[in-house]
Structures are given as C-alpha cells and as structure tokens.
Design a protein around this ligand. Structure first.
Ligand SMILES: [Zn+2]
Ligand SMILES: [Zn+2]
Length: 148
C-alpha cells in the first residue's frame, strides 16, 4: 500500500503524499487537504473525512457505501488568504454503468493551525464517453479498451 501511487493523482507515492495527512499530520495548504479528502473518499476513510470537516458544517455521519467509484481528480485552481482557502476541482466517478463529473468550489478555513473543509458548491454532470473517446478515468486509453 505504501508504495502505491497516491489516489489523488499528484504523481507522488501515497506514503509521501496523502498518507501522512490520513495519519494526523496537518495539511500545509487547502489544496493538500482537499487532495487528502479525495484520497480518503477513494480509500473509504470515513473517519478522516469527518475529522477534516469543520465542526460547524460536519455531518453527524457519512455513508460511503452508496458512492460511486472515484476515478480521477483534477485541481483547476486553489488559493488561500489568511485563514481561508478555496479549491476548485473536478472529479470523475463511475456509478453503475455510467460516469459523472463532479465539479466543486470548496471553501476551507484554518483554525489552530489546521485546515478544515467548510463547504462547497458543486454541480454533477453525467458523462457519456464514446467508445473511441479517451477514457474518463484519465488512463490515456480509449474508453472501449478501458473502463467501458
Ligand atoms: Zn495524495
Ligand atoms: Zn478507464
């Protein structure tokens, strides 16, 4: 597991990317926290998702079982100023036989030197790749030869 590429697709190994955060190390930036939360969705670390959620907006519990399978993450923009941060990202997931793209603008706040996810506005768009299109999972292969 430690040698696996990080699920957040940073290009680093999990052990050098999101794993330390999942083990309690504070995220250096809102983007790092957002990436670690995406990885936590992929790896089903519900506890981490709740712990990194700001207490004001944190749900009482999370059910990760209904979710689709997360395939790809693309961070479009991120910035921080003072104690607040924003990350705009796009994540692709597979649900049943279909795909969807979630695009979200998330807000983060820093308290006691720790970043927390506050809330976000998102849209979900169904994705219908053609058989010869590039696969939505980001593998670089044609859809019909990959996740179809
Ligand atoms: Zn990562
Ligand atoms: Zn694929």
């Amino acid at each position: 597991m430690d040698n696996l590429p990080c699920p957040c697709q940073s290009g680093f190994g999990y052990a050098r990317c999101c794993q330390p955060l999942h083990q309690g190390q504070p995220a250096a930036t809102p983007e790092a926290l957002m990436r670690s939360r995406y990885s936590a969705f992929v790896l089903n670390h519900g506890d981490y998702l709740l712990a990194s959620w700001h207490p004001d907006t944190r749900p009482a519990s999370l059910n990760l079982d209904d979710g689709g399978q997360w395939l790809a993450l693309e961070v479009l923009e991120s910035d921080e100023s003072g104690e607040s941060g924003r990350v705009h990202f796009r994540a692709t997931c597979k649900e049943g036989n279909g795909f969807a793209v979630l695009e979200e603008r998330s807000r983060f706040v820093r308290e006691y030197d720790r970043w927390f996810y506050l809330d976000g506005e998102h849209t979900v768009t169904p994705l219908k790749p053609g058989r010869n299109d590039l696969c939505p999972c980001g593998s670089g292969r044609k859809f019909k030869k990959c996740c179809a």
